[in-house]
Design a protein around this ligand. Structure first.
Ligand code: NI
Length: 613
């Protein structure tokens, strides 16, 4: 496996930062948004991609550094572009609030004069064309109050108060006060001491692998059964899989969750602006947890640390950022021969590559599963705490169901976009849509029982913008037209979507323009090096139209070329009382299953369990 794809080392981050500083083009105020490996195809030496924030205005520089020579080989200015929220800037925004007289007066009007219990959550501001936000890096701050640090902040929203802050300059732009509502009383705690006594009838489950694990991990290169891949953590995308092969045959060049959006459906003032792009506005890798054995992951675990860069360009190591382990998940296949009574059964085991990101109130677990039958899968686990509101006179219950006394949570969606750079048995692939329909009534279908799949090749980018349709068992098949299996049909993998919605915000809304990728479940593009992220590289405060809608306007051809499949999936979340005070995991995801990639079940050689009784 090529070392070109290994994540940047701390030394390389140092080289990249020194090289951009040596240009003399960075001022005192300059800092760094992300420093990542340039994994563009076809490079023959390692390069770093450095996103520089030159000063307090809305502007970015994208520099490319050749690491072997420590030289800057590209310097692209992006005027008006806004980076993902910086941690230091977010902290500055919070400090600015504490010192602001108008804000303190709004709190005092609500009887809050002791600010030690104040919790301020800076949110990305979206883009609603506000003149005061033009050219600035802005956060919208919403506030909560805790009597004790152990309280759940989201239990007690300070309703009606919204503060716009220039994060870069630490300057409060506007304190919006929509009126006073009572603070809900319940502190919404969820620690063990708050819910004693604990159940005592759960006996231990121990997972042991006395002979060790069945995978090997050398650096970031992972091998298990016939699978091989390289795993890394991108500061924005989180887990990235590179060069996924099975038995030496290529399947994916690169796979990641390249963008996601959480749009809220409550049209009332104070909540109608809410949406968050948790990849491009925050970063699933930057927000990744250090995972804990026995808690986040159970069994024989190997961890991967991640090396990221902070705002000053210093390398920081995030320990245990990615968890790798095997899980038994029931049966893989079975049959009882009723004539002879003979039983054959195989256990299903999967390799799990996972990471968990905490983005404000929500926690997202990303689990890539590799199976013994040559299929793979992404499951996202959604947990954490709902974004809440206190009931006010403006309250409209249909849009924000009650979840606790005096407390409600707006309906919302979580829509993730997976970017799948496909390479089924080689780089040149095509995508077909399969639909299963009843046959028309005619002489060939006398009993009207007939139904059959039909496959339509998606020949162009416009034709390849599709939505799911479970009633027709719709799926998408990625085919290599030049390679056939033993049965003479082209090798393929099928993308099986889950029961996923698309974006519910209406056409013409700010969010529909900004998150256009979420209006379709499927997009396909020809591979283009700088087309990385579904809403564009810099979605924060972007007015919309970037990324997939812009690229696919060219309506490029998709026949026998290097295709990238973009799959949007997720859930519409109608809050329940059971989601409070912390949500049990809800899941969504998709599968990639071989469809003629093999000549028959590739898992016949999995040995029978040796401990059947
Ligand atoms: Ni939710």
């Amino acid at each position: 496996m090529t070392t070109l794809l290994h994540p940047l080392t701390a030394d390389e981050i140092g080289v990249a930062v020194a090289a951009v500083r040596a240009t003399g083009r960075l001022g005192e105020a300059a800092h760094f948004s992300t420093i990542t490996l340039d994994d563009t195809r076809g490079l023959t030496s390692r390069q770093a991609r450095v996103i520089i924030v030159p000063g307090p205005e809305a502007a970015l520089v994208e520099a490319t550094v050749a690491l072997a020579t420590a030289s800057v080989v590209a310097w692209i200015e992006h005027p008006g572009a806004v980076p993902a929220l910086g941690f230091e800037e977010a902290f500055n925004a919070i400090l600015a609030l504490h010192d602001h007289a108008g804000f303190r007066a709004a709190l005092a009007a609500r009887g809050i004069t002791d600010l030690t219990g104040l919790q301020v959550d800076p949110w990305p501001t979206g883009n609603f064309g506000l003149a005061a936000e033009e050219g600035r890096r802005v956060a919208r701050c919403i506030c909560y109050y805790r009597d004790q640090p152990e309280d759940n902040g989201y239990a007690r929203p300070i309703e009606g108060l919204l503060i716009h802050v220039d994060m870069a300059r630490g300057e409060v732009l506007e304190v919006v006060d929509l009126g006073i509502s009572p603070l809900p009383e319940d502190p919404g705690r969820y620690r063990p001491e708050d819910h004693a006594p604990a159940r005592v009838d759960l006996r231990p489950v121990s997972i042991t692998q006395p002979d060790g694990v069945s995978f090997t991990l050398e650096g970031n290169e992972l091998r298990w059964q016939r699978w091989s891949l390289l795993v890394s953590l991108d500061p924005l995308e989180g887990i990235v899989l590179h060069d996924v092969t099975y038995d030496g045959r290529s399947i994916l060049r690169r796979a990641s969750v390249n963008e996601m959006v959480v749009p809220y459906g409550d049209p009332t003032p104070g909540h109608n602006w809410k949406n968050a792009f948790d990849v491009g506005e925050w970063g699933l890798g930057r927000m990744a947890n250090s995972l804990q054995l026995g808690c986040d992951c159970l069994g024989e675990i190997r961890y991967l640390d991640a090396v990221l860069a902070d705002q000053r360009g210093r390398a920081i190591t995030l320990p245990n950022a990615i968890c790798i382990h095997e899980e038994d998940v029931g049966i893989l296949w079975k049959h009882v021969d009723l004539l002879t009574g003979h039983v054959e059964v195989r256990r299903k085991r999967r390799l799990v590559v996972s990471s968990i990101a905490t983005v404000g109130n929500y926690d997202y677990g990303f689990y890539w599963y590799f199976h013994l039958d040559g299929s793979l899968e992404l499951e996202v686990k959604l947990t954490g705490i709902l974004s809440t509101k206190a009931r006010s006179t403006e309250h409209r219950e249909a849009f924000a169901p009650p979840i606790a006394p005096g407390l409600a949570a707006p309906v919302h969606q979580h829509l993730f976009c997976a970017r799948l750079d496909m390479a089924i048995d080689g780089p040149r692939n095509e995508v077909y849509e399969l639909n299963v329909d009843p046959l028309p009534l005619d002489d060939d279908n006398p009993l009207r029982n007939g139904f059959a799949p039909s496959a339509t090749r998606l020949d162009s980018e416009q034709q390849a913008q599709r939505v799911t349709d479970p009633s027709r068992s719709r799926s998408w098949r990625i085919v290599n037209p030049s390679v056939t299996n033993a049965l003479g049909t082209p090798v393929a993998f099928t993308l099986l979507a889950g029961p996923s919605p698309t974006l519910l915000a209406a056409e013409g809304s700010s969010i529909a323009a900004r998150a256009a990728f979420a209006t379709k479940n499927l997009w396909v593009t020809p591979y283009t090096p700088d087309q990385r992220r579904a809403a564009g590289d810099f979605p924060n405060q972007h007015p919309g139209g970037a990324g997939l809608p812009a690229w696919t306007a060219a309506n490029r051809g998709l026949v026998d070329t290097e295709v990238v499949v973009w799959h949007t999936f997720g859930v519409t979340h109608i809050p329940r009382p059971e989601d409070w005070p912390v949500m049990p995991v809800e899941t969504c995801g998709f599968q990639l299953i071989p469809a003629g990639f093999f000549d028959r079940n590739p898992a016949l050689d999995v040995p029978p369990p040796d401990h059947c009784h």
